[in-house]
Design a protein around this ligand. Structure first.
Ligand SMILES: [Zn+2]
Length: 370
């Protein structure tokens, strides 16, 4: 069995209401939902789910009822639900897209997604992306989709993308493994899973979602050298810069984060207008209060930041539009985050949203248990 992510840490046509999307050589019409007055924005929001089930662990599931409610809210609130590839293309080409554009992504290819989420997505006519770890599918493990089921969803409009072969913890080196051996192993994982998806479905997007959202600076660069577009599990809206950062943000949802008001806030969020970020290392093996330094292009109101399990943390304005963000107490062992928001000028109830992930190993340098 692959390890199950524990903490949940865990894409216009100006005048058409249907999109034609090229999937695996087939032109597929996908309903983009109601078309809004065209905005002139260059950002969107990517939503991330794992299980859609009444019985999977709360940290990695939303119930079918909660999932349906999220889809209803997207419709009620006039969101444009796009395929990931379309959002990526618009952002990379600096093309204006409508305000309130969201993308639905679901990781791991669980069978309950085929059984419970796909029929709802089909009903709403929403496109979606599945990030697939290929070993469990190849090994026909219980609880995972088969290649036949994945091909069926692909015909429904699902984009199939890469989530490694074995859903490993990318940063954990094997005993005695050198840096270059480690990188070669990870490169093999990504290229093999990409090849398996291409063999079985013809899809070859080179979009990659990090298992557990875990990455360090070295791997971030390598993922890009290998030609992949990386997607994380840290909150926030996405723009071109964030897309090209190696780890595009996605808002994760699980049973602890299904509240409707929070869902609306996240789905309607904008990226933080970051001119420059300089922060301390992602990975620590001692007690640390990492500093996140942000220079913004515009400041519209209070920048407010929270740390996992700590509540609100210190935000110090060090110069005009420059801020240093730091927790009051050491970050916990495991994965944690700083989440920062700032009100959007002239749009009450909407926020810029940015999140930074930290990873702290145990003090003896060993890895924490999942
Ligand atoms: Zn996963």
């Amino acid at each position: 069995m692959i390890p199950i992510p524990k903490t949940g840490d865990y894409m216009v046509m100006q005048c058409l209401s249907a999109l034609l999307v090229l999937v695996n050589g087939l032109l597929i019409a996908v309903n983009s939902g109601p078309v809004q007055a065209q905005g002139d924005v260059r950002h969107g929001v990517i939503l991330q789910y794992h299980h859609v089930s009444d019985s999977a662990p709360a940290s990695t599931r939303v119930t079918p009822k909660a999932f349906r409610r999220h889809m209803e809210i997207l419709k009620e609130d006039g969101f444009n639900v796009w395929p990931l590839a379309r959002l990526v293309a618009f952002l990379q080409q600096d093309k204006a897209l409508p305000d309130k554009t969201v993308v639905i992504t679901i990781d791991d290819a669980y069978l309950d997604v085929y059984q419970n989420a796909a029929p709802i997505l089909n009903e709403f006519g929403y496109p979606f992306t599945l990030f697939v770890s290929t070993d469990p599918v190849d090994q026909k493990l219980r609880g995972f989709m088969s290649w036949d089921q994945l091909r069926e969803l692909q015909k429904q409009g699902a984009q199939l993308a890469n989530h490694t072969q074995s859903h490993l913890h990318l940063l954990r080196k094997l005993e005695g493994e050198s840096e270059s051996e480690w990188l070669a192993r990870i490169e093999g994982e990504l290229k093999q899973s990409e090849a398996r998806i291409a063999e079985e479905t013809g899809a070859n997007w080179k979009y990659f979602a990090y298992p557990y959202g875990e990455v360090n600076e070295r791997l971030l660069k390598k993922i890009q050298e290998w030609g992949f577009l990386g997607f994380g599990q840290q909150s926030g809206a996405v723009d071109k810069a964030l897309l090209n950062s190696g780890i595009a943000p996605r808002f994760p949802f699980n049973e602890h984060y299904v509240d409707e008001k929070a869902f609306r806030l996240k789905a309607a969020s904008l990226p933080l207008p970051i001119a420059k970020e300089s922060s301390e290392p992602i990975v620590w093996s001692k007690p640390a209060k990492p500093q996140l330094k942000l220079t913004l292009t515009a400041v519209n109101g209070a920048l407010t930041c929270f740390a996992s399990d700590q509540g609100e943390i210190n935000v110090v304005k060090t110069a005009d539009k420059e801020f240093t963000i730091q927790s009051d107490t050491a970050i916990p062992v495991g994965r944690s985050r700083y989440n920062c928001t700032m009100p959007v000028a002239g749009q009450q109830g909407r926020y810029h949203w940015y999140s930074k992930t930290w990873i702290r190993k145990r003090d003896d340098g060993s890895w924490y248990r999942e």
